[in-house]
Design a protein around this ligand. Structure first.
Ligand code: AMP
Ligand code: MG
Length: 492
């Protein structure tokens, strides 16, 4: 069935220095691995056509659908604190933009379809493991209700890519409300290309924050909005135990969506210092450092915008500092709001935050499983419920019972019934997350044994994360000692 996509490409109407036109490479023998039919329908795309040989060829980059205008975007970025003036899409190609039936304009991007002008020493390809990992984790994040890029499809290319060892190649089709990054602004600012920064800011406002287009100080408002969205995003990450792993400025989207899933992971036992990425040797991007790092990245964005904010440099700096100093309180409001809801508290009262921090300290001491702690609390709202299963998560820590008593007393003072509270808690605390050991096991089965059953099962489970399904009970469990994964690899 012929594939027809109504592209409307606004980014490629920007000046040439924003991107390089490029042709994806032809994949020798494309085969569909996963197709997101629900997302396809939301985008107004025909899933059957996407799954047809023509559709799969397009998803592999072998055939360019009519109306596509493939480009690789230019951007710079701070990688682990070090500035790199030219990064860009080295293994990603923006096919084009579509306008979904609900009016949203979205990028369709192929990741892993070959070299571009920005590839440097890389091959522009992606191995099947990282592709399927991004697909799974981004779709789990979407199911949690966390802003994220989405995954429309993963196809095998039939080619072998060389990493530490030869691996099967694949291409991910990523959907995003735009791929503008903090690093995109840095690219132009570093070149003292003020016109480029201004055009990019205007484009970002038009596309992502159209309501501020006519405002008196649109660039200050753009900055404020990005700060707000990032504050909320990081709070949401922390609320599910998510560790991005590579929060470089080129991996932070202006839209406020989670982007560029590499060696990311969810923690099992609660530990704010947790680092899983094998490339993060200093722990720069540890779980608990993510708010600080987001603020650091946003400061870099602020620097890029200075010339747009005021002709008076001091005034411009003050504007950035003011907006940026709002980050901490916006983050804390979102963070405690989220964790209080996880504890069944819809409206905050003085002293409530101590319940959250008190729980964290006993979780840390007892190395309690993050996800199960919150999920099981919903069973204990009823004061007569048995606490044994919950206590067992903490390895016999003595502080748990006094904390439970305080928490139950607090819940009893609200005006919702225990049943209502428990239902609200089960709607915000996932039962199933993509646990590292399960992700690795499922990917191994594909890479080593060409068996995709475990992956599909895991994908189906993590995209319905708030249900307790007895048949998926094993996927809800933390790893046994011998199953623990100590590090995650990005495998680029
Ligand atoms: P990431 O790890 O996705 O944040 O990528 C960092 C930079 O390295 C970006 O500029 C990528 O385009 C580039 N890159 C990563 N992997 C490859 C690859 N296999 N080939 C070419 N460029 C790559
Ligand atoms: Mg990146």
């Amino acid at each position: 069935m012929p594939l027809s996509i109504a592209f409307d490409n606004s980014y490629s109407r920007l000046p040439n220095r924003f991107y390089e036109r490029v042709r994806p490479e032809v994949a020798p023998s494309p085969g569909l691995l996963v197709l997101n039919t629900t997302l396809a329908a939301d985008l107004g795309l025909d899933a059957e056509a996407l799954a047809s040989p023509d559709g799969v060829a397009a998803l592999a980059g072998s055939e360019i659908p009519a109306g596509a205008d493939p480009i690789a975007l230019a951007y710079a970025g701070h990688q682990f604190g070090h500035f790199v003036p030219a990064l860009g899409d080295g293994r990603a190609i923006l096919l084009g933009e579509i306008v979904a039936p609900d009016g949203r304009r979205l990028d369709l991007q192929l990741k892993g379809s070959g070299r571009t002008a920005f590839s440097r020493r890389g091959d522009g390809k992606a191995a099947v493991g990282p592709v399927l990992r991004e697909y799974l984790i981004s779709e789990a994040m979407a199911a949690f209700g966390i802003p994220t890029t989405r995954s429309l499809a993963a196809v095998a290319t039939g080619e072998t890519v060389l990493r530490e060892r030869p691996l099967p190649g694949a291409v991910l089709t990523r959907v995003a409300s735009s791929h503008i990054r903090v690093g995109t602004f840095q690219y132009f600012a570093h070149r003292s290309d003020e016109d480029g920064v201004r055009r990019l800011a205007d484009y970002a406002i038009d596309r992502l924050y159209p309501d501020i287009a006519g405002a008196d100080a649109p660039y200050a408002m753009l900055y404020e909005r990005v700060v707000q969205r990032q504050a909320r995003l990081i709070a949401l990450w922390l609320s599910v135990g998510f560790i991005h792993g590579v929060m470089n400025t080129d991996n932070m989207a202006i839209s406020g969506e989670t982007i560029d899933y590499g060696p990311c992971a969810f923690m099992d036992a609660y530990d704010p210092g947790m680092v899983l990425s094998s490339i993060d040797r200093q722990g720069r991007y540890a779980y608990g450092r993510q708010p600080q790092i987001a603020q650091w990245n946003l400061a870099r964005l602020g620097e890029c915008l200075l010339p747009l904010l005021s002709d008076d440099r001091d005034k411009a700096v003050q504007l950035v500092v003011d907006r940026l100093s709002g980050f901490a309180s916006q983050f804390e409001t979102a963070y405690f709001g989220q964790f209080l809801e996880k504890l069944g508290i819809a409206e905050e009262r003085p002293g409530d935050r101590d319940l959250v921090t008190g729980l964290f300290s006993i979780m840390q001491m007892g190395r309690a499983d993050f996800t199960l702690t919150f999920r099981r609390l919903a069973d204990l709202v009823d004061p007569k419920a048995d606490t044994e299963a919950f206590l067992s998560l903490f390895g016999g820590n003595a502080g748990v019972e006094p904390w439970l008593k305080l928490w139950r007393e607090r819940l009893a003072t609200g005006n919702r019934s225990p049943r209502e509270i428990a239902a609200a808690m089960r709607a915000i605390n996932p039962a199933i997350i993509p646990r590292n050991h399960q992700v690795e096991k499922a990917l191994d089965a594909i890479i080593e044994g060409s068996d995709g059953a475990a992956y599909i099962r895991l994908l189906q489970a993590v995209t319905r994360p708030f249900e307790d399904r007895p048949e998926d009970a094993d996927l809800a469990q933390p790893p046994r000692l011998e199953e623990r994964v100590a590090a995650t690899f990005c495998g680029t």
